[in-house]
Design a protein around this ligand. Structure first.
Ligand code: GLU
Length: 304
């Protein structure tokens, strides 16, 4: 199998210091594995409502300004809906996807009746109301029968993150039966990312630590669909002055790549977050090449 990594940004805003860390890390992880390995870019525009027109192209330009060039033509999730459809049909045939007619209010009421609160990051842990049917309500979403599938698996779901170490999660209990597709169309990130990573032959997922909590859900879906599980490495987050994770939502500034010097400075800042030495090279491509052996030593990326 050819080692394959990817950077998979959502085009909801320009690249900022935090997203550049994930881009750089995934690039270095591939290059550290040797010339046969592939680095791909996938524009995750499946959730069309949150995406901004032209932003995917803009991000590709920002990456190119930093000499982060993919080995293949970037793919766009909106062009891949047939793949998501096929996987959804498979889950339905397996009895692992069901329609749900609950509004947020319905879920809140059901949780209240059960004496439960929004237990997880303020999110609702779906109590499984529509598992046995829609009770006359119109479908609002399709959900993955996480609890049902998990009950067929031996023990709690465990995986090893190359930076964070041993991880485990009981998805049914901690997250609930999660959404695969909203009835109004858009595919959920969890399903799209699993289908795409498998279909593109991704062997190593390197992305920001804010996404680590999604990994158990994704591994569960991979198992349900009979897909391989890649390796995972979640990178340190860049924090804003308030100590919160820097994100498009809290107004993180776009990286400046207008000049080669500015692009190199942005890359250098990202490299420091990853624990790499300051760049002494005069260009992005030379700095990138110098970080490859350092990355290999720090994060143990060996050819398969
Ligand atoms: N599209 C996701 C984001 O921008 C990242 C997906 C992933 O790397 O798994 O947050």
């Amino acid at each position: 199998m050819r080692e394959t990594g990817r950077f998979a940004p959502s085009p909801t805003g320009p690249l900022h210091a935090g997203s550049l860390v994930a881009a750089l890390a995934s690039w270095l992880d591939v290059r550290a594995r040797g010339p046969q390995a592939r680095w791909l870019i996938r524009i995750e525009d499946a959730d069309t409502e949150r995406c901004l027109p032209g932003m995917g192209e803009h991000m590709l330009r920002q990456l190119a300004d930093c000499s982060l060039l993919p080995d293949e033509t970037p793919v766009w999730q909106t062009q891949r809906t047939a793949h998501y459809d096929a996987s959804m049909r498979k889950l339905q045939a397996l009895g692992l996807a069901y329609p749900c007619g609950c509004s947020r209010k319905d879920i809140d009421n059901a949780l209240e009746r059960l004496g439960r609160r929004h237990e997880r990051h303020g999110e609702r842990v779906y109590p499984g109301t529509c598992r046995d049917g829609l009770h006359g309500k119109p479908a609002r979403a399709w959900r993955f029968a996480a609890e049902k599938f998990e009950s067929t698996q031996p023990g709690e779901l465990r995986w090893t993150d190359r930076r964070l170490g041993e991880q485990h999660q009981n998805v049914g209990r901690d997250v609930g039966d999660f959404v695969l597709r909203r009835a109004d169309g858009p595919w959920a990130y969890q399903l799209a990312v699993v289908v795409d990573d498998a279909e593109q032959g991704v062997t190593d997922v390197v992305r920001g630590e804010d996404l680590a909590d999604n990994t158990a859900r994704q591994i569960l879906l991979q198992r349900a669909l009979g897909l391989p599980t890649p390796g995972y490495l979640h990178t340190p987050l860049v924090r804003g002055a308030d100590g919160d994770k820097l994100s498009k939502q809290n107004g993180a500034a776009a990286i400046d790549t207008a000049s080669p010097e500015a692009a190199l400075a942005a890359l250098d800042a990202a490299a420091r977050v990853l624990g790499l030495q300051a760049a002494t090279a005069a260009s992005c491509s030379a700095a990138l090449a110098a970080w490859v052996p350092e990355w290999r030593a720090l994060y143990n990326s060996r050819p398969l």
